[in-house]
Every structure is written in structure tokens, then in C-alpha cells.
Design a protein around this ligand. Structure first.
Ligand SMILES: Nc1ncnc2c1ncn2[C@@H]1O[C@H](COP(=O)(O)OP(=O)(O)OP(=O)(O)O)[C@@H](O)[C@H]1O
Length: 261
């Protein structure tokens, strides 16, 4: 196979330790309000990294910068080594995102929603159908392919959104508070689906949340508060001094914390 000298390197030829996401020194303001203040963080490949922060911490703003909804005017953001500003197409083709607001078309079938997305990514119809079948199988929803999205539960819709975000085989998956409004069983199913992607496919995941119970001791955690990174490391390490992650989080963010009872 030949390759033009200017073509981006396939992922297999990038250095093995290239993180899925590397954010360095990023500041973003809305008028005089700094939503992010010199933020640096890393999501290693094959990691589940929780972005833990109370309301208003800056999580959605960070996602908007990584996905180029906003332009990052300071610092750098790299996806698999590709700069989202200077190499936007290469970077964006390697990331999948599930935003906080639901974005499925309720009147289309599950499969039609996925095929539409596959087309946006330049996949042909047959390849799109094949890939839609694969990601739905992975999500445990293959038998719902021909059902209208309207007939699914909230948890199933979220799982379809994750399947859709994976259609173009991204190596970084961003999820902005994906479990909001879901019951405990649906939340557990969603977490299991995403953790399997990390373990089996080596995808780097950035999971924004304010729900501490979703985080396991071995997960990486970035604590964001009022636009600043307050801690970054293994959950077990961050909680070590305080006893529990909830106590450590409270100590870091004070009265703004929303720790569930
Ligand atoms: N479009 C905007 N215009 C002005 N201020 C904004 C805008 N978007 C966010 N902000 C402010 O920036 C800060 C960070 O908001 P952001 O939505 O990123 O936080 P968050 O951690 O995602 O919170 P939540 O959990 O409530 O979604 C907040 O103070 C917010 O009020």
C-alpha cells in the first residue's frame, strides 16, 4: 500500500505511548468569566478517566473545545497526537462524543440513526450497515435495530448514542455526564458497556461526571473545580489521605461539591 508523504500516520505507527487526549495549558473565557484556567490533563490510551467536577466546573466547556465547537485560542489540545486546531480532520476522525443533551432522532429507527451518522463519516451504505450491526451487537441492542428510537428506554437510548459515537472506530471517546436521569440498573449497564470498550478495544475514555459512585479505585480521575484542575491521578491515590474519594473531593472543592448521599 502506498501513502502520500503528507498523509497522517496511521495510528499503529504513532508512538505507542501517544495519549488518546492531551490537553496542555488551555484557558477559555466567556467575557470576563474564566470557564477554564490553564487546564492540563491527559487521557492515556486504554484508560477510563473520570472528569469529576461540580456544576459549573468547566466540564462541558472542555468538551466543546476538544470537539471544536469552540476554538481553543490558548494552549494545545491533541487527540492521538493530532492537534485539533492545526490537524482538525485527523484529530476529529479519531474521536467520538456523547453530549449531555440527547441527539437521536426519535422518529427514525435505531439503525437509521446509525446509518445517517455513518454517512456523515463518509462510509458507504453496505459498510455502514455492517458497522451499525457490530456496534449494536456490542451494545446488546442488535434486536432493537428496526425499532423506532421513541420506543426505547432512556438507558437504551444512551447506549445507542454510544454505539453511534463508535461507528467510525474512534480511539478517544468523550462522554458528558451520560448517566444523568438514569436509574441504577441503566447506569450500571452503561458503565459496563464503556468499561468493556476500554478493556477490550483499548479506547481512551473521558467520562465527565459528578457522581462519585461511578468511579473505581483503579480509574484515573481529574478533579476540575471552577475551571482549574485540582487533582489528577488514580482514584485510589487521590482518596488515600482523606479515606474515601468523596471525602477527598469535598476537601478539594468545598461547599460546591454535590456528593450524593
Ligand atoms: N455560553 C456561555 N456563556 C457564558 N458563560 C458560560 C457559557 N457556557 C458556560 N459558561 C460558564 O462557564 C462555567 C463553566 O460551565 P460548564 O458548562 O463548562 O460547566 P460544567 O462543569 O459542564 O457544569 P454542568 O455540570 O452544570 O454542566 C460556568 O460558570 C458557566 O456559567
Amino acid at each position: 500500500m502506498t501513502e502520500s508523504p503528507t498523509a497522517p500516520l496511521p495510528d499503529a505507527r504513532l508512538p505507542a505511548r501517544e495519549p488518546a487526549l492531551a490537553v496542555t495549558d488551555v484557558t477559555h473565557s466567556f467575557g470576563s468569566r474564566k470557564a477554564l484556567d490553564r487546564v492540563s490533563l491527559t487521557v492515556p490510551a486504554a484508560s477510563f478517566t473520570a472528569l469529576l467536577g461540580p456544576n459549573g466546573a468547566g466540564k462541558t466547556t472542555l468538551f466543546s473545545l476538544v470537539t471544536r465547537l469552540y476554538d481553543n485560542r490558548s494552549g494545545t489540545i491533541r487527540v492521538l497526537g493530532y492537534d485539533v486546531r492545526r490537524q482538525a480532520a485527523a484529530a476529529l476522525s479519531r474521536l467520538g462524543v456523547v453530549f449531555q443533551a440527547r441527539t437521536l432522532d426519535l422518529e427514525l429507527t435505531v439503525q437509521q440513526n446509525l446509518l445517517y451518522h455513518a454517512t456523515l463519516h463518509g462510509m458507504g451504505f453496505a459498510a455502514g450497515r455492517r458497522r451499525a450491526g457490530e456496534v449494536l451487537e456490542q451494545a446488546g441492542l442488535a434486536e432493537r435495530a428496526r425499532d423506532k428510537v421513541r420506543t426505547l428506554s432512556g438507558g437504551q437510548m444512551r447506549r445507542v448514542e454510544i454505539a453511534r459515537a463508535l461507528i467510525h472506530r474512534p480511539r478517544l471517546l468523550l462522554l458528558d455526564e451520560p448517566t444523568v436521569g438514569l436509574d441504577i440498573a441503566s447506569r450500571a449497564a452503561l458503565l459496563a458497556q464503556v468499561r468493556a470498550l476500554v478493556a477490550e478495544e483499548g479506547i481512551g475514555v473521558l467520562w465527565a461526571t459528578h457522581i462519585i459512585e461511578e468511579i473505581l479505585p483503579d480509574d484515573r480521575v481529574v478533579v476540575l473545580h471552577r475551571g482549574r484542575v485540582r487533582a489528577e491521578g488514580r482514584a485510589g491515590e487521590i482518596s488515600a489521605g482523606a479515606g474515601t474519594l468523596a471525602a477527598a473531593f469535598l476537601a478539594l472543592v468545598g461547599e460546591d461539591a454535590e456528593v450524593p448521599a
